[in-house]
Write a protein that binds this ligand. Structure first.
Ligand SMILES: [Zn+2]
Length: 396
């Protein structure tokens, strides 16, 4: 259980959506929100931080019900409901302890995370604010083990209505096959343009945002032209998909860390041979596609896809920050992708420090907008105005 603090006074802070550095700053909090920001001697009773304040991180793609084992499909099949709920709580805690103050969960079996989102986000529990999606796939399609099933435009529309009734705020679609579902491939298009149009059209009338999983170029283009808010993974960003991304202005959510963690895992041979072959095959394309998206100036947000194979919760956003840097994104833009852009995609009042936004704050020793690798050592995490103190972390 975490405790509310009245505010923080710091050596400096990155303020507003531009992450503008300002020295000698204080912020006050009430009811989980930022109520005032000023410079110089602030109100009494504030916590003193001799370093820099940054916005809490926004992880746009997680699976809190999954814990990153060698075979997550088998893992899920073996868990009873009580154990599953305990796993969600423990994974959410691991996210917060790595500086993530908001997560978007993109699919859980039986909507367990949708049902838990309010209790996780509403109280003093040690966890980030959770925005949860209901997933829809075809019966044998990628992600079928954590999704409602639909075939054809009418069934997709009906499934979107059921997602809205469940209390989810986002619809997750699978425009292509994927890595961890047997019998599907990242290069295989899974939804027709008519199905995508029906799902997105229905979601719009119900005020739901739409995230589309898509690796293959054709699937990326189809999803963007149907008007989805974000495309996840975008491993094969060909010329047509890149043009569609620039026209649509939707977010591309990079989850490259999920792929690199799997490919680099010492015990990766424990995964099913089919899954291992697929991850190795598509990994270089995914890295190249991220560099293409950066060079083209596409709108980028970031997800860890934590919970997937060999990809446990925690510290994925820091690794992803380094991937963005390697892909050519300047540090300040990378930090904006991890915070400001994620909040805009999720339509959540977080992601930058401003009066009226949520008191989601990260305290680090030195300015992470100058070098995003400094995000590896958060000492204080404030979520909804609640303080979590962390021990110094060995640099790796
Ligand atoms: Zn995912």
């Amino acid at each position: 259980v975490l405790h509310a603090i009245p505010g923080i006074h710091a050596r400096s802070a990155l303020l507003g959506p531009d992450l503008r550095p300002v020295d000698d700053v204080w912020l006050t909090f009430a009811d989980g929100m930022i109520t005032d920001i000023g410079s110089g001697a602030g109100p009494s009773g504030l916590l003193e931080w001799p370093g820099v304040l940054a916005p809490g991180l926004v992880d746009c793609h997680v699976h809190l019900a999954m814990s990153g084992s060698a075979d997550v499909v088998a893992e899920l099949a073996s868990l009873d409901p009580e154990t599953l709920r305990a796993a969600v709580r423990s994974n959410a805690r691991a996210q917060l302890r790595s500086g993530v103050t908001t997560v978007r969960d993109l699919g859980s079996p039986d909507d367990v995370v949708v049902h838990m989102a309010r209790e996780l986000s509403g109280g003093t529990e040690e966890c980030p604010t959770v925005v949860a999606a209901g997933a829809i796939s075809s019966p044998d399609g990628h992600g079928n083990f954590l999704a409602r099933h639909a075939v054809g435009p009418e069934e997709y529309s009906a499934a979107v209505r059921a997602v809205a009734e469940s209390g989810a705020r986002v619809v997750k679609l699978f425009a292509t096959g994927g890595v961890i579902t047997a019998g599907t491939t990242p290069g295989g298009v899974q939804m027709s343009p008519a199905e995508l149009a029906a799902a997105v059209g229905t979601a719009r009338t119900l005020d739901l945002r739409v995230a589309a999983h898509a690796h293959a170029g054709g699937g990326i283009s189809n999803a963007l032209r149907a008007g989805v808010d974000s495309v996840e993974h975008f491993s094969y960003l060909d010329d047509d998909a890149l043009a569609a991304a620039r026209e649509a202005g939707s977010w591309l959510v990079s989850t490259l860390v999920a792929t690199t963690r799997f490919v680099d895992a010492d015990d990766r041979e424990l995964a099913t041979p089919e899954t291992l072959a697929k991850i190795i095959e598509h990994a270089p394309f995914e890295a190249r596609s991220l560099a293409r998206a950066v060079a083209a100036g596409c709108r980028l947000a970031v997800g860890s896809d934590a919970g997937t194979t060999f990809n446990p919760h925690g510290w994925g956003m820091q690794e992803q920050a380094v991937r963005l840097r390697d892909a050519g994104l300047p540090d300040r833009a990378a930090l904006r992708a991890l915070t400001v852009e994620g909040a805009a995609l999720l339509d959540e009042p977080t992601g930058w420090l401003e009066v009226g936004r949520r008191a989601d704050v990260l305290a680090v020793p030195e300015d992470p907008a100058e070098d995003v690798r400094r995000l590896r050592d958060p000492r204080l995490v404030v979520t909804r105005g609640l303080l979590l103190e962390l021990p110094p972390r060995a640099q790796s």
